[in-house]
Design a protein around this ligand. Structure first.
Ligand code: ADP
Ligand code: MG
Length: 698
């Protein structure tokens, strides 16, 4: 058997391949483009394209595609073959530098939020050399950004790259203030932990709700759920183990550093975490991972559910975005250092994050907002929709000491050297784990836990990078050129702590008392739904910040707000229509058939014995008839609520109708049908039950 070392990255045109197939001159020139963002000369592009094509063909590829991430949330590709006719009737395999650098997909069917209408119908894709090309099936995939002809971003990669650049620029200014002259680049890194469910294909096929919407819209609670906590980190079943093994192999071939896998809290729920890497690559890898997870599942007769809340009453799936920033020399800027000076620098970066999260709570909430994730945030398993930061006891004590000008008295292991320098010295904290915080400091990185399992991590990182860039810009503007740097720095840190300590919370984020405290006393935002938060993307403070760092233009923000709200409305509308259909054509008839059979039996019994009470039968008939009437009534009301969406004057009003009338009606209908499920004989019920589905993989 081949060892992992031998096949890791075998389908990637990575640095090893580039070094071996490109001339030294071409390699050096490409490397400069990758590392420093310099423009690529067309002759170099031609040489790279030709080498890439030969390498891809040697791996069995026949086609190439510009692989991009439109605003649908998934990736898109349009395949072209390498063939070109030759005069002798045969073909030659061709791929030019021009084809590598730029593509022109007919992209008119991708969402643009009105952007393309005002400019050009077509868009173009542009090669992103900082993410390696790779082979999927028989196709060479070239990671690209996707823009309109007017230069407007129509994808998630473009603003992500811009936000990385904004962060780099401002962080470098701050580092220079600390006397660091050698660092060339600052890069944010991310390790996304991905949760998912695995169920059998038979179960999936038998549920229209899963097939059409990715989640169950009906389903009574199973007798056994996650009460026993026996699934978390439990023994992995053979069929799941076989799946994970093949998944790892495929990911490794693509150079994806799949590292950790385990069972999650809910039955049938699992997690996969890669080793962290630069944000741009991590984002591409996570998109690929989600795609391959589904593909491999199909090969095993399974279906991988990436929806945030496939099952009501059972834990949903999220994605933890572990985020840090480091220098090109490998120094992690969120890692406490050994000297007071390093610690001062660490504290300033820490403060930049605290300030960013407080000032832009709304943007972070918006970055994870989808119809699916709304079911999760605030349920008793995921962080609430209120954003707060967990820092751990030691850092908290340090910040308190600075804020109040009191000596810092850390735990035994910490060495307090206040007086040696302006800021206290403390050792690296092995922060205890707080699993309920939406934004937790975990020693040398922040873990943003509000992302939904199907979210692209691009959105969250765009907002995070931009907001932190803004804090750093304010710091650099203030500190550049001051006479007494240390005093100014101290004051700056102190002011940040004073102004933003309301966002720090080390207690239990699932507690209702916290939500009250957060919203009533601390004035933190609590946007429960996508409809509540999304319009705030365009608030002046947010638009000013994002445009000033050139992450988005105003028209791009408008288009994104529109597309996100459209996605929200469309997802819920499809769910509502699916529910009406299931209720009317299968659930009500099933309950009715069962009721009718009981009635028939009652009559039969009474023919034998006229005075028999038939309490069981009449009781059930009454209950079930009542429920069928209600199912029919609620289904009609839901249908009308969907029809009424047509009267909304714009997408904001439509999203409010979804929130205020459609979703509540869906709950009503569901509750009634679920009650009927608990009273109807199993043989009559048209769908597999929660227990059937959740325990389907043996
Ligand atoms: P958990 O206990 O939450 O599962 P782990 O320590 O296993 O956390 O790490 C989870 C993720 O965080 C992994 O993807 C890991 O690679 C990533 N990670 C670790 N260190 C860093 C860092 N400095 N920056 C970004 N991500 C990191
Ligand atoms: Mg984690």
């Amino acid at each position: 058997m081949k060892s992992v070392k031998d096949y890791f990255g075998s389908l990637v045109f990575d640095d090893r391949v580039m070094k071996s197939v490109l001339s030294a001159k071409v390699y050096a020139s490409l490397k400069k483009t990758i590392d420093e963002g310099t423009a690529l000369d067309i002759s170099v592009a031609n040489a790279v394209a030709s080498a890439m094509k030969d390498w891809a063909i040697s791996k069995g590829a026949t086609h190439f595609t510009h692989w991009f991430q439109p605003l649908t949330g998934i990736t898109a590709e349009k395949h072209d073959s390498f063939i070109s006719p030759s005069p002798d009737g045969g073909v030659i395999m061709e791929f030019s530098g021009k084809e590598l650098i730029k593509g022109e997909p007919d992209a008119s069917s991708f969402p643009s939020g009105g952007l393309r209408a005002t400019f050009e119908a077509r868009g173009y894709t542009a090669w992103d050399p900082t993410s390696y090309a790779f082979i999927k099936g028989k196709t060479l995939c070239i990671p690209t950004a996707f823009c309109s002809y007017g230069g407007h971003a129509l994808d998630k990669k473009t603003p992500l790259l811009r936000s990385i650049e904004a962060l780099n620029k401002q962080a470098l200014r701050v580092l220079r203030l600390f006397g660091n002259k050698n660092v060339k680049r600052i890069v944010p890194s991310v390790g996304p932990e991905q949760e998912y469910f695995l169920i059998t294909k038979e179960m999936y096929d038998a549920r229209p709700d899963l097939r059409f919407t990715g989640r169950t819209l009906f389903g009574a609670k199973p007798p056994k759920g996650q009460e026993m906590d026996d699934h978390y980190f439990g023994v992995i079943k053979p069929r799941v183990a076989a799946y994970m093994e093949e998944l790892n192999e495929e990911l490794w071939k693509l150079g994806i550093l799949a590292k950790t896998e385990h069972n999650e809290v809910a039955p049938a729920q699992h997690e996969l975490a890669p080793i962290y890497t630069t944000t741009n690559v991590a984002t591409d890898h996570n998109q690929l991972t989600m795609e391959i997870m589904q593909k491999i599942a199909a090969k095993h007769g399974l279906v991988c559910l990436l929806h945030e809340k496939p099952f009501a009453g059972v834990n949903g799936s999220g994605k933890h975005n572990n985020w840090s920033i480091s220098t090109d020399e490998g120094q992690n800027l969120l890692s406490p250092g050994d000297t007071p000076y390093e610690n001062a620098q660490f504290l300033l970066f820490l403060c930049a994050v605290i300030k960013a999260v407080d000032d832009y709570q709304d943007l972070l909430r918006i970055s994870v907002a989808t119809a699916g994730n709304d079911h999760r945030l605030g349920a008793n398993e995921a962080p609430p929709a209120v954003i707060s930061i967990f820092l751990g006891d030691e850092l908290n004590a340090v910040l308190k000491a600075i804020e109040t000008d009191t000596p810092y008295e850390g735990a035994e292991k910490t060495q307090m050297k206040l007086g040696v320098d302006v800021l206290p010295k403390f050792n690296r904290d092995t922060t205890d784990r707080n699993r309920t915080s939406p934004f937790a400091f975990t020693g040398n990185k922040f873990e943003f836990r509000m992302l939904g399992s199907s979210n692209s991590i691009a959105c969250a990182n765009i907002m995070l990078n931009s907001a932190v860039a803004e804090s750093l810009k304010i710091y650099a503007d203030r500190l550049e050129g001051v006479e007494d740097f240390e005093t100014a720095l101290h004051e700056m840190i102190k002011k940040t702590i004073k102004d933003h300590k309301r966002i720090i919370f080390n207690g239990n984020g699932y507690d209702d008392a916290w939500i009250k405290e957060a919203t009533e006393n601390r004035g933190l935002l609590n946007y429960r739904t996508t409809a509540d938060c999304m319009p705030h993307l365009l608030d002046k403070k947010n638009a000013d910040m994002l445009t000033s760092h050139k992450v988005f233009s105003i028209s791009e923000l408008n288009s994104r707000c529109e597309i996100m709200l459209e996605n929200y409305c469309k997802s819920v509308t499809i769910e509502a229509n699916t529910m009406v259909d299931m209720a009317k054509t299968q659930i009500a008839p099933a309950v009715e058939a069962f009721t009718a059979d009981i009635a028939k039996n009652t009559v039969a019994k009474r023919t034998v014995s006229p005075h028999i009470a038939c309490e069981y039968e009449t009781g059930l008939i009454n209950q079930l008839s009542g429920l069928t009437d209600k199912i029919e009534k609620y289904a009609d009301e839901l249908k009308n609520a969907v029809v009424a969406l047509g009267n909304a004057k714009d997408i904001i009003e439509e999203s409010e109708l979804i929130r205020d009338s459609v979703l509540p009606k869906m709950c009503e209908l569901r509750l009634t049908a679920d009650t009927a499920e608990t009273l109807t004989a199993k043989s009559y019920w048209p769908y597999p039950s929660y227990a059937d589905i959740l325990f389907s993989v043996k």
